[in-house]
Design a protein around this ligand. Structure first.
Ligand code: ZN
Length: 339
């Protein structure tokens, strides 16, 4: 992996002739370490079918669990958790997956699982592409998120889409970025006869939206929580993330659905995520303090307790790229010298 290699926008199935703006460059950083997948570019003639499965994790509450991997032609981008809930008058959906193809498959799965009920609300937990690029499969008028998430999607959505085409090729066919139209800013919402509590947190990104179904006590934590999959940090603020994990720990709940990994009844995802980002922050700070280069920091050993996390080495390397420059600024501030 060579992180200094420029990442170019896709010139293919989704044409984009625009020059790379500052905001698009920030988006490209999200992918800066590349896919790391040997299969990329070799979709072949296989049928591109997600074959999504709904797992009932609580009463009339289903999680659609993605693989604990990075994007590849093999998984088609199905690396994320989405969820849906049957409420008295319809269905509520949390996150829509990485593409139109996934969004269509999710809609079809919802229709089979909860036949005849309208989709009344779709929540986007944050602006990372695996969580919202299925939006176009749903009515834009019911898709909701906090203002900052909507702004992030409006600013970075097209750049994310271009790069997802680069990583996933034909899996992305027909996909474009659709921002939510409903701004959420209340502490709760009644949807179709069911009360949801809404929490406006941050740390994984600058706006992480958490939803709790007050009837079942299931919390949908988005990417503030990972379980058995290494957390991602392209837009992370580690101290804020830790504070949000404290809020999630103290939340009254029966079950937590993380953004990646299996559903969690014992807050294991919160403990694991906090442990990892603590170590990550300390390790990278230590490397910066010792004057190591980024390349030297990337090959440092990872503690054995994290070896079971999916894509740990790849995500660690990506995190070095994401976090190193900011920590250098903190630990070695520029000193003005006047002569
Ligand atoms: Zn994310």
């Amino acid at each position: 992996m060579n992180t200094s290699t420029p990442v170019m926008p896709v010139a293919g199935s989704r044409a984009s002739a625009a020059p790379i703006s500052r905001s698009r460059r920030q988006v490209l950083q999200w992918f800066a370490a590349g896919c790391g997948c040997a299969a990329c570019g070799s979709a072949g003639a296989r049928l591109l079918d997600f074959d999504l499965v709904a797992v009932e994790v609580a009463s009339k509450t289903w999680a659609v669990l993605g693989r604990t991997e990075y994007f590849s032609q093999d998984n088609g981008g199905n690396i994320v958790n989405t969820s849906f809930i049957e409420v008295p008058d319809g269905v509520v959906v949390i996150d829509t997956g990485p593409s139109k193809r996934y969004g269509d498959a999710l809609r079809e799965l919802i229709g089979r699982t909860v036949p005849g009920k309208p989709i009344l609300r779709v929540y986007n937990t944050h602006h990372h592409p695996d969580h919202f690029l299925g939006n176009q499969s749903f009515e834009a008028s019911v898709i909701a998120a906090p203002q900052k998430v909507i702004e992030n999607i409006s600013l970075e959505g097209d750049g994310f889409t271009d790069n997802m085409y680069r990583l996933l090729g034909d899996w992305m066919r027909g996909t474009y970025s659709v921002a939510p139209t409903v701004v959420m800013n209340t502490d709760n919402e009644d949807v179709g006869g069911r009360q949801f509590s809404l929490f406006y947190l941050e740390g994984h990104t600058n706006s992480d939206f958490v939803i709790r179904d007050d009837e079942t006590g299931v919390v949908f934590a988005g990417d503030l929580a990972f379980l058995y999959r290494a957390p991602t940090t392209p837009h992370a603020d580690i101290p804020s993330w830790k504070a949000s994990l404290e809020v999630l720990s103290g939340m009254d709940k029966s079950l937590l659905v993380p953004g990646h990994g299996p559903s969690d009844a014992k807050d294991e995802s919160l403990v694991q995520t906090a442990d990892y980002i603590d170590w990550l922050y300390g390790s990278i700070s230590d490397s910066v303090g010792k004057g190591l280069t980024m390349n030297e920091a990337m090959v440092l050993p990872i503690p054995a307790r994290f070896e079971g996390l999916g894509v740990i080495r790849t995500e660690y390397e990506r995190s070095v790229v994401h976090l190193y420059p900011a920590l250098e600024d903190v630990l070695y501030p520029v000193v003005e010298v006047t002569r």
